[in-house]
Design a protein around this ligand. Structure first.
Ligand SMILES: [Zn+2]
Length: 468
């Protein structure tokens, strides 16, 4: 309280750097190297070259398909070519589902074609298509309230809208229509489901994505129409006449296949048994080439680790390319299970999976005693226009299941304003990635991993959460 009486400039001078960085948790030489690492990563095109290689030489890589295994082989070769000390893979059983053609149209009262795609894991429609009257809902919650007699024998349409946002905020609130809408609709007697794409674009590219049939429900086909078609449908609805649809989705389900988490390591020089885990997911949807989701993440973490290699980090840098994130964190769950006894050796973990735009904030979720290391990181990130954030990071989708086991995590938050314009569409392609912005990501990831790898204090597991 006393300091409040001092002039503002003096408070800064007295308290800022000396207080947060007092114990020298990271040695001076390492911090100097971290600045050089950041600047050399900014000048390198390696991250972009890796995404280009993955999207051009492998392309779409839906889990369980032959292309998924091509991606696994690509990842092993790439790790080896980049000189990682250890390269290995871990088997993961994944669903194998494939899409055929998709077609839909309004048949009455105003015939119009619709741009539609099947949701992942949807069953096919009968040959010749599924015909029915549409019944409209704004959200899956509204559908839950519906009287089954208004739904029975009809095709449910859910018009949940998502708007552009820096952090992609409305994704989590609108996605339920896609993930569980078909089960809710089926329980009320619907014969099919169509959703407005979970996306922020105005185009005729529909957005696919994962869905699940609840156990015991009668499976009904499910598709997403483009946001442009969604608008047209809503305009038709205003005219007050019943709207009939014909939708034809061809899909195939096969027996489960084996895929792999692919892992590359730069062995630590002082604490080889302690790991800094940086990850991305290797699988993608089948409609685009998975450049943003998650080729960019793959390029960022592989390039970041490669940049660190020449500095001989004290702790091991472990890059994990997770299998089948899109199917529901399938590779991550297997990783957690297979490494259950060793999770305490992971001293910090993060996943890059939100596109390729600039990072603007660094969040962590670490033990309070290790916040001084995060403060060092913040200082090195500052020239990249990255602000320091909070200590409540989630870590990224695949890594988000690790903090409950005590593993500290971090998030380098990217500008996601236009991420959901392209997400899960044929439009998720390499041309959306700006090499300069991608290099900013690589620089930031390299700094976080390297500085943490150099910390000479004990890196602690997260404190146990008090039982409620
Ligand atoms: Zn992703």
């Amino acid at each position: 309280m006393k300091s409040l009486l001092l002039p503002l400039t003096m408070i800064g001078a007295l308290t800022m750097p000396s207080m947060t960085l007092a114990n020298d948790s990271v040695d001076k030489a390492s911090l100097e190297k971290a600045h050089q690492l950041r600047d050399s990563a900014l000048r390198s095109n390696l991250g972009y070259d890796i995404v280009e290689s993955l999207t051009v030489e492998v392309g779409p890589r839906l889990a369980g398909t032959p292309a998924d295994l091509v991606a696994v082989a690509w990842a092993e070769d790439k790790f080896k070519a980049l000189g990682f000390d250890k390269v290995y893979k871990q088997p993961v059983e994944v669903r194998h589902w494939e899409r055929g053609f998709a077609k839909a149209s309004v048949t009455a009262p105003f015939p119009q074609p619709l741009a539609i795609t099947a949701l992942g894991d949807s069953i096919a429609t009968p040959k010749g298509g599924l015909k029915g009257e549409l019944v409209f809902f704004d959200s899956v919650d509204e559908l839950r309230q519906a009287n089954p007699k208004d739904v029975k024998g009809k095709i449910v349409y859910i018009d949940a809208r998502m708007h552009r946002h820096l952090e992609g905020k409305e994704y989590s609130t609108t996605v339920a229509g896609r993930s569980i809408g078909s089960s809710v609709a089926s329980k009320k007697g619907a014969i099919g489901l169509i959703i407005r794409s979970i996306g922020t674009d105005s185009s005729r590219f529909p957005h696919t994505g994962n869905m699940n049939y609840k156990d015991g429900v009668n499976k009904i086909p499910a598709g997403a129409i483009s946001t442009s078609d969604a608008m047209m449908l809503m305009q038709m609805k205003k005219r007050g006449l019943p709207i009939s649809i014909n939708m034809e989705l061809e899909t195939r389900a096969y027996k489960p296949k084996t895929s792999y988490n692919v892992i590359g390591e730069i062995t630590g020089s002082k604490y080889p048994d302690e790991y800094i885990l940086i990850g991305a997911h290797l699988d993608s949807w089948d409609e685009g080439t998975g450049a943003l989701d998650d080729g960019a993440g793959v390029g960022i973490v592989m390039a970041a680790a490669h940049e660190i290699k020449k500095l001989k980090p004290k702790r091991t840098i472990r890059v994990v390319l997770f299998a089948n994130e899109e199917g529901g964190l399938i590779g991550a769950k297997e990783y957690r299970k297979a490494n259950a006894k060793e999770l305490h050796k992971i001293k910090l973990a993060g996943e890059s999976d939100f596109g390729a735009r600039n990072i603007w904030r660094f969040d962590s979720q670490v033990h309070p005693d290790n916040l001084d290391v995060m403060a060092h990181i913040n200082k090195v990130l500052k020239p990249l226009s990255i602000n320091s954030g909070n200590n409540k990071a989630g870590g990224g989708p695949d890594v988000s299941i690790l903090p409950e086991k005590g593993v500290p995590v971090f998030s380098l938050r990217q500008d996601g304003t236009d991420y959901f314009d392209y997400h899960h569409t044929p439009n998720d392609t390499l041309d959306k990635i700006n090499p300069t912005e991608l290099a900013q990501n690589v620089a930031a990831w390299a700094v976080v991993a390297y500085v943490t790898a150099q910390a000479d204090e004990k890196l602690l597991p997260l404190p146990k959460k008090k039982a409620k």
